[in-house]
Design a protein around this ligand. Structure first.
Ligand SMILES: *Cc1c(COP(=O)(O)O)cnc(C)c1O
Length: 433
């Protein structure tokens, strides 16, 4: 087929990537290829696949056509060259870092992170000998100051909870490019709204568990490679990509991929990390992520339209002392939100109840429609009171550092009718007062 004429995210979500119709059956929906292994055409074909002269299906831990449909579609939406679907957002984050690092290496990360990423970076990576240097994301130059010869990457989230201040993507990407360090962005909270690769990021990852899936049914993660970073020029900074790999007859990834395109990073992640660590997703979960992805642009519109209404309404309620949503920010935070988010400010928000801890608990217990869960990005509206749940193990001081106070409530606004969302919040606020 000639190059597709469609380029918009709304269209790519339905038509992007490798799948058009199943070549054998004509199936329009992406089939669930529930198989472990794939028949080789002949010994020559098998040899070419194992030798990476040709890319193709061998064994579902490493590659599967259902996963491929998801990967190529997300790569098309993000504007990347290729992607890799994995078992969870957590494994996607771990792979993003481990694909470039070994003992003694470091990365520089924003302090404003999902709790799971924080634990991975502060504890498990440390046990693996990888140092994560945390810096304040509102100061882009802090990334430069923390960089040395063993710095392999920068890492940050586009729209981190609970502060919801958009990360200075282009600023930090430009600093990294000057120093030869790639920026990896977690875009879980702002799919469709933000395209980090367009702003200079080298790699973008998502937890597909959240907005991409949208139905709250399936855990998954995905990494998209921008194909826009010159790993080869980085030389000794990227030993995993620029030195001989003993598990591939001494092949050097940046050289070996040349006939296949600028996919050294993502191909090495698949053929080494996924092969060896085995955090594969399943054909069924990849299928579920595709079902969500197909209507994601439409859902994001409604998520954002509802959230902006809720934020404005909450700001006027007695008993609510503060509302956190990019639409209500000013100054540099607002400038970044407007520069990097297109079509809306996302569905996540926080607010503070004057009544503190007890009011927070009463509010949550009074909700009728909102689900009380430790999740975001569902089509349904969700709420949580961090001080009595996700952050209850932290001291009051530590909670304050992460932006959580006793009366703080986090919402993920769904796609229900706005009147019903506000009616539920209204009756719960009255019960909490
Ligand atoms: C949920 C989440 C993750 C982890 O994803 P899982 O699919 O739960 O493993 C990573 N980053 C962000 C921003 C998240 O919200």
């Amino acid at each position: 087929m000639s190059k597709p004429v469609w380029t918009s995210p709304e269209t790519l979500a339905l038509h992007g990537g490798s799948h058009r119709a199943d070549p054998t059956t004509g199936s329009v929906a992406v089939p669930i290829h529930q198989t472990t292994s794939f028949q080789f055409q002949d010994t020559g074909h098998a040899a070419r696949l194992f030798g990476l002269q040709e890319l193709g299906n061998i064994y579902t831990r490493i590659m599967n056509p259902t996963q491929d449909a998801l990967e190529t579609r997300v790569a098309a939406i993000e504007g990347g060259v290729a992607a890799l679907a994995v078992a969870s957002g957590q494994s996607a984050t771990a792979f993003c870092v481990l694909n470039l690092t070994g003992p003694g290496d470091n990365i520089v990360s924003s302090t404003d992170l999902y709790g799971g990423s924080w634990n991975l970076f502060a504890n498990t990576m440390k046990q693996m000998g990888v140092e994560v240097r945390f810096v304040d994301p509102t100061d882009p130059e802090a990334f430069a100051r923390a960089t040395d010869a063993r710095t392999r990457a920068y890492y940050a989230e586009v729209l981190p909870n609970p502060k919801l201040q958009v990360f200075p993507i282009a600023e930090v990407a430009a600093i990294g490019r000057k120093l030869g360090v790639p920026l990896i962005m977690d875009n879980t909270a702002a799919p469709i709204l933000c395209k980090p690769l367009q702003h200079g990021a080298a790699v973008v990852m998502h937890s597909t568990t959240k907005f991409i899936g949208g139905h709250g049914t399936s855990i998954g993660g995905i990494v998209a490679d921008g194909g826009n970073f010159d790993w080869e020029a980085g030389g000794a900074r990227f030993p995993t990509l620029n030195s001989p790999d003993p598990s591939y007859h001494g092949a050097v990834w940046t050289e070996a991929v040349k006939p296949l395109g600028p996919i050294a990073y993502i191909l090495r992640m698949r053929t080494c990390l996924l092969r060896d660590l085995g955090a594969a997703t399943t054909p069924f979960n990849a299928f579920m992520a595709i079902q969500g992805l197909e209507t994601l642009p439409l859902r994001m519109e409604r998520h954002c339209a509802n959230a902006i209404r809720v934020a404005g309404w909450l700001a006027e309620q007695p008993g609510v002392t503060r509302v956190i949503h990019p639409s209500l920010q000013g100054g540099e935070a607002k400038r970044r939100a407007d520069a990097y988010l297109k079509g809306g400010y996302g569905s996540l928000m926080g607010f503070e109840l004057a009544g503190g801890m007890e009011a927070g608990k009463r509010f949550i217990d009074a909700l009728q429609m909102f689900y009380h869960v430790a999740n975001i990005g569902d089509a349904r509206s969700l709420a949580i009171h961090p001080a009595s749940t996700t952050h209850s193990q932290l001291s009051a001081e530590e909670q304050a550092q992460t932006g959580v106070t006793p009366g703080y409530v986090r919402l993920s606004i769904g796609i229900e009718h706005i009147d019903d969302i506000i009616a539920d919040l209204d009756q719960a606020l009255k019960a909490a007062a």
